[in-house]
Design a binder for this molecule. Structure first.
Ligand code: AMP
Length: 408
């Protein structure tokens, strides 16, 4: 029995989920928040119902990792550090270096660092998490799982922008996409639920959370995705604009008397989307609550639904057909209203809703009726489980290689 921990390190936070593998049982999960700030927060849930919470200063990522492991010991979740045999780290940008998850060595760490120019906030934070665990658990296998690597299978016609080719060739400007681990996970669960090999399916996965992206998954591989060079583009999001016309940027910079690009990029990232349109909130729950009495809240929902419908139409055409649509993440998993609005607009495809199943929450389910021409599913995403599975696969491969060397 192995214990594998999945880590998502942000600039001032560290989220974790500890699994018992291969049972895929969650033994503990939690968050170390406000790292490096005046008052840190620690929360751990374990043994299904128990929880531990504390406020204390957390100096840096190394001390967060040390505190985390000591708490796992103290709460009797592990008996010693060596029980944790693998650590999987979410890394945001993998560029073109990383087409799949990898065991982290010095070269991989250098490349993750080099890729920081594509994800200046995230990659350095991810690297801090990696270094902190390497220091305290040097014998555990460390694996990097990239948000972008699932999308590395996109054909060139789908990942290139129509800009001077040298921008791509010399500087790596292209569509990288994001949420790859989530799209990969829900597409594989959909194929299992449909009892068909994923290689025979055309699936569109809709990861609709605070950040949102849509992915065309053809034969089990990412074929196209709505996020681009950065996670700013694609569909309307909580606070991000999604697709816009870049010429608007210089126009608005003049109008708003802005002097630097970061100012307007900030507005597109933080003041746009549902928040920007409604002027009320970035949270779909608020939009749904207010839409009856507030025209702009209604408009925000209309634009969100239209964007999802538009991408589904485009990706169906690109793939030359469609077998299934999957809804996942905060909005996709919880808002039966949004799912219903999208599905109703897709009735031209022969999509019909099972209203009762669509109103349920929690577990993966078909939400289209039996006669629907395209299956529609709600599947809770589990990026951490996917990370733990990748760690286990790579750990097993390492074992196999070692065994072969020994036999020789
Ligand atoms: P995520 O980024 O996947 O954690 O999703 C967070 C977003 O999901 C929130 O900002 C909300 O917009 C949305 N959300 C969560 N619960 C609900 C709900 N019950 N109904 C509608 N939207 C929800």
């Amino acid at each position: 029995m192995q214990k594998i921990i999945a880590i998502n390190a942000g600039s001032s936070s560290l989220k974790f989920k500890l699994f018992e593998m291969p049972k895929e049982k969650v033994i503990a999960k939690g968050l170390f928040d406000r790292i490096g700030l005046d008052e840190g927060k620690i929360k751990i849930e374990y043994n299904e119902k128990q929880s531990f919470e504390k406020k204390e200063h957390i100096e840096n990522h190394s001390s967060a990792v040390k505190k985390l492991l000591d708490l796992l010991l103290k709460l009797d979740i592990i008996k010693n550090y060596a029980e944790i045999t693998g650590v999987g780290h979410r890394v945001v940008a993998g560029g073109e270096f990383f087409k799949k998850s990898v065991v982290i060595n010095t070269k991989a760490m250098r490349q993750i660092n080099e890729l920081a120019e594509y994800a200046p906030i995230h990659n350095p934070a991810n690297l801090m998490g990696i270094k902190a665990f390497k220091k305290i658990l040097p014998d555990a296998i460390a694996v990097a799982v990239f948000d972008t690597s699932f999308h590395q299978t996109m054909p060139k016609e789908n990942f290139l922008y129509s800009v001077p080719y040298e921008w791509y060739h010399n500087y790596g400007v292209r569509r990288y996409g994001a949420h790859g681990t989530s799209h990969r996970y829900v597409a594989s669960v959909a194929a299992e639920m449909m009892k068909k090999p994923i290689e025979k399916l055309k699936i569109i996965t809709c990861h609709l959370g605070a950040g949102a992206s849509i992915c065309a998954v053809k034969k089990g591989r990412s074929f196209d995705t709505s996020m681009g060079f950065t996670p700013l583009t694609g569909i309307t999001m909580g606070t991000r604009s999604g697709d816009t016309d870049v010429s608007m940027i210089s126009f608005m910079m003049q109008k708003l008397k802005m002097h630097s690009m970061p100012e307007i990029i900030y507005d597109l990232n933080k003041k746009s989307g549902l928040l920007g349109i409604s002027g009320l909130s970035s949270d779909m729950r608020d939009i749904e609550e207010k839409k009856k009495t507030n025209m702009r809240a209604q408009l925000a929902e209309d634009i969100f639904v239209k964007d999802v419908v538009k991408y589904i139409g485009a990706y169906t055409a690109e793939m030359g057909g469609l077998d299934a649509i999957v809804f996942t993440a905060g909005i996709g998993e919880n808002s039966s209203q949004i799912r219903e609005l999208v599905m109703k607009r897709l009735s031209y495809m022969g999509i019909t809703i099972d209203e009762e199943k669509n109103s349920q929450r929690g577990k993966a389910e078909f939400i289209s009726s039996l006669d629907s021409k395209v299956a529609v599913l709600m599947i809770p995403t589990d990026e951490e489980l996917m990370i733990a599975r990748d760690v286990q696969t790579l750990a097993n491969q390492n074992e196999d290689t070692r065994a072969k060397k020994y036999v020789r």
